[in-house]
Design a protein around this ligand. Structure first.
Ligand code: PXP
Length: 244
């Protein structure tokens, strides 16, 4: 069955809105794990708008599954990540004005820097994933950098309407197949929800999905445990259909 990693950033968004102690993203992470998540994702942004440094250290200490630290490849955050030693780092582009990560990383235009950062992580046995648009040029560049994974940006697929949905899905399928051929492992994420996950989950080569906003939003109404289980139900139905 495909794996689900739960991004708990938006629990911290709610906490930061009042500057109080709760809701606690680390507690959310532990509940998500108990509900069956294969891992937890959190993005330590340079502006610290949601997740704080202390959250990341606590996650590292308490998680039983896997910590995927999403981050920009800047010196400050790289040094924190090397100190925390997550299981995986996912390198993303970051702009201060954006509401969320808007596009994929332009790996091709910063090969030497990303190669150096990847080597530093590998020297501490931290796996490296690059968040990229589903295009060959960026995937090939990720391979050249020495990344272990690519996370395919599913945002354009998630925003597509009408016949463009199928076009975006085909782009993701082609990209996943290409990355697999190069020997990369493949995750997917951004904008995925209870309605649009199923078609991408049918793509053989994508092993894991990183889902945050839709899941945490649903949890406000049904509780986090149920929100995680409903997402896992979709992944398990897909694997059942494939086997059947
Ligand atoms: N993957 C990456 C690399 C992201 O930047 C984000 C957003 O933080 C996600 C997945 C999760 O996206 P969403 O919150 O839309 O599910």
């Amino acid at each position: 069955m495909k794996r689900l990693s739960v991004n708990i950033d938006h629990v911290a968004t709610l906490r930061q809105a009042r500057g109080e102690n709760g809701p606690d993203p680390v507690t959310a992470a532990l509940i998500a794990e108990l509900a069956g998540a294969a891992g937890i994702v959190s993005h330590l942004r340079e502006d610290r708008r949601h997740i704080q440094d202390n959250d990341v250290y606590l996650l590292r200490k308490l998680l039983k599954t896997k910590l995927d630290l999403e981050m920009a490849a800047t010196e400050e955050i790289v040094n924190i990540a090397l100190d925390v030693v997550p299981d995986l780092v996912t390198l993303v582009p970051e702009r201060r004005q954006e509401l969320t990560t808007e596009g994929g990383l332009d790996v091709a235009s910063q090969l030497p820097h990303l190669k150096e950062v990847t080597n530093r992580f590998h020297s501490k046995n931290i796996a490296v994933s690059l968040f990229v648009a589903p295009v060959e040029k960026q995937i090939r560049a990720a391979k050249n950098v020495g990344a272990d994974f690519v996370e395919l940006h599913t945002g354009e697929y998630a925003n597509a309407k009408g016949r463009d949905v199928e076009t975006q899905l085909t782009r993701l399928k082609t990209a996943a197949r290409y990355a697999h051929k190069l020997g990369l492992k493949i995750n997917g994420g951004h904008g995925l929800d209870y309605r649009n996950l199923r078609p991408v989950a049918m793509i053989e080569e994508i092993e894991e999905f990183s889902i945050g906003h839709a899941l945490i939003s649903h949890a406000i109404f049904v509780g986090l445990e149920r929100a995680v289980k409903e997402m896992l139900d979709i992944l398990s139905e897909v694997s059942f259909e494939k086997e059947g």
